[in-house]
Write a protein that binds this ligand. Structure first.
Ligand SMILES: NC(=O)c1ccc[n+]([C@@H]2O[C@H](COP(=O)([O-])OP(=O)(O)OC[C@H]3O[C@@H](n4cnc5c(N)ncnc54)[C@H](O)[C@@H]3O)[C@@H](O)[C@H]2O)c1
Length: 365
């Protein structure tokens, strides 16, 4: 009998192929679960005007956790076209279904581990092992925006754009939201034998909002005297991460800064084919690769599935299936180190499914 109920959300484009690859590995690891497919993404926006249908939200509420592939977002140009063709509501109401899942289910932790697998030809340096904690529910992504008049209005009217028109996006940072993400980072550091937590901010300019975050970070740091704590400006740390990535260990920051920094960190250890994350709350979590739907590769069985396989590993860790999770990580490490089966991004010609089969086979050894 399956032990877990998993909401299975492949989404769009390569999301479908990489989720299939993850299933191959989960099955080979002997993980027993009931997988309940859910609708999400571009197709549902197009046909129903809703990228995260309510039935999918109900599915999330009735499962242990969710596994998500990728979605295609609404292109900005299309939103503007809808505005002028009278579909105002549609044009303005598109919201990222991922951001909505995070907010609806209060998945306030976005954890993105970035570990260099030995022998990965895409490693920036060997031995990098970072964990980025990004606050997932507030900051610049609360969705409160005041748009300027879309460019296309001016084009259609044959008018020059008035340079005065402005747009505003609001940033909200709360002491509670800051405290819980920093605490999650310190708890992770303690549990995983990490030595240091770095709080990333821009408090010299964004004095009010980053000030709230930094004050909470300092307070929480005082409760963990066994873990070193330091602070860095977001611009400076981008430079230092490239110059000396081994100086950092656990990084904690606000939503937008974390979104950007975690992509930078993923690139240090192999890029899109290796970046994965968990969106984690008190009772529920959604696991995903960090890449998008890569439409130009969709349906070609070509992209690297390791990010998604590692997201599956993270899901097992969260569910408490530690041995199976460790076995998957070792199997990934073995396939990367051997280098016999590599997708195009790693310089090889193996397919997505061949790479998944290689990891599954390595599990048996
Ligand atoms: N979490 C998500 O679902 C998510 C994240 C980012 C972008 N998006 C959306 O995805 C669509 C495409 O966006 P994009 O092209 O900017 O980003 P993308 O991540 O989909 O792809 C960018 C490029 O990265 C490479 N790449 C991505 N995944 C790879 C993999 N597994 N293996 C090897 N190479 C890989 C490919 O060269 C690809 O063309 C857009 O609609 C975007 O909004 C979704």
């Amino acid at each position: 009998m399956p032990n877990y109920r998993i909401a299975w959300l492949p989404g769009d484009g390569i999301g479908v192929e990489v989720c299939q690859a993850a299933r191959t590995v989960l099955d080979a690891a002997g993980f027993q679960a009931e997988y309940l497919p859910g609708d999400i993404g571009w197709e549902f926006w197009r046909t129903e005007g809703e990228a995260l249908p309510v039935r999918t939200v109900h599915l999330l509420k009735s499962t242990d956790c969710a596994f998500f592939g990728a979605i295609t977002s609404k292109p900005a140009k299309e939103a503007a076209r809808e505005l002028v063709s009278g579909l105002q509501d549609k044009g303005l109401s598109y919201r990222s279904p991922i951001v909505r899942m995070r907010q609806l289910l209060d998945l306030y932790v976005c954890l993105r581990p970035c570990k260099a697998f030995p022998g990965n030809p895409l490693n920036y340096r060997e031995g990098i092992d970072l964990a980025v904690f990004r606050e997932n529910t507030e900051g610049m992504y609360i969705g409160v925006e005041y748009p300027r008049v879309p460019e296309i209005f001016y084009q259609q009217a044959g008018m020059e754009r008035i340079p005065r028109t402005a747009a505003i996006s609001l940033r909200s940072i709360t002491p509670e939201g800051s405290r819980r993400i920093v605490k999650a980072a310190f708890d992770y550091a303690v549990k995983n034998g990490r030595r240091k937590v770095t709080a990333v901010h821009k408090a010299n300019v964004l004095r009010a909002t980053c000030g709230v975050f930094l004050e909470a970070a300092r307070q929480v740091a005082g409760e963990y005297p066994q873990i070193a704590f330091d602070e860095a400006n977001v611009d400076a740390i981008c430079m230092w991460l490239l110059k000396n990535p081994h100086s950092y260990d656990v990084i904690v920051t606000t939503n937008l800064f974390g979104d950007i920094l975690s992509d930078l960190c993923a690139q240090l250890v192999g890029g899109m084919g290796f970046g994965y994350s968990g969106n984690i709350g008190e009772r529920y979590a959604v696991f995903e690769p960090t890449h998008g739907s890569a439409p130009k590769y969709a349906g070609q069985d070509k992209v690297n599935p390791l990010a998604t396989i590692l997201a599956a590993k993270m899901m097992l860790e969260w569910l408490g299936e530690k041995d199976k999770a460790a076995a998957i990580e070792q199997a990934v490490a073995a396939v990367v180190a051997q280098g016999a089966v590599r997708t195009y991004d790693l310089g090889g010609s193996a397919t997505t499914s061949q790479m998944a089969a290689a990891v599954a086979a390595a599990l048996g050894r």
